[in-house]
Design a protein around this ligand. Sequence first.
Ligand code: ADP
Ligand code: MG
Length: 264
Amino acid sequence: MIALEALNVTKVYGTGVNAVTAVNDVSFGIRRGEFVALVGPSGSGKTTMLAMLAGLLRPTHGQIVIAGQDVSKMSEAKRTRFRGQYIGFSFQANNLVPFLNALENVELMLRLNGKLNRANKQRASDLLERLGLGDRLKNKPGQLSGGQQQRVAIARALIHEPEVVLADEPTASLDSERAHQVVRTFAELIHEQNRAGIMVTHDLRMCKYVDRVIQMSDGQISRIIADRADILRLAGMAEAADGPMPSTNGKATLAGEPVVLRGI
Ligand code: ADP
Ligand code: MG
């Protein structure tokens, strides 16, 4: 079952001579229970795509369909409500509430959705524990490292069990071991709870935890890697290079031709 669909989505920033086409006629779909990595060089349109999927940014053309509803056509108020219920996201700037501690930041999503009860409070602390923050529940964001803040943001994105979970560079400020732990847990939760997940990453090593890799370049999908062996080869090459590689510098040779996807 398709949880999320982008249909011929285009985003143009600015007008006239200043117009920048950040996303250019992109179509794809993500199934429930599927975890996808969105990769590509800086400026290729990944964050813009994610912000449109999150309903934070309206496409110039095209449709975003989540749980059967066209997000791109909703009024601002409806979109905000819909987002709270159906979409979980963590963006590069984590936007944690500074005066709430880690646990309260996660519980906030439950509160906003009217789901703050004893059982869900327990789930919130269990989730933070699973992300390695069991001893940091009472710390405010200012008392947490960048990586710890990022993990709180991930817990917050998942706690209200949204259909769709979106994360922009969730490992950007994590060391290698933590990065693996966080993305592995992220993948487990998406699969266990049958959500649709999209992670933007520049670290191809993290692709080993996903079911499909969508590569963007110049605002378009340049390649889709769905074959397990190809995904592992991609992640393995990045691992062998001992660290994050520029994601699509063309040096990574993969079996198969670039595929342009219409739907899935
Ligand atoms: P990525 O996340 O892959 O680095 P972005 O989606 O951030 O790519 O950016 C895609 C393109 O759109 C880039 O050329 C960027 O400069 C441009 N862009 C992004 N945000 C804006 C904005 N708010 N106004 C104008 N141009 C933007
Ligand atoms: Mg970006």
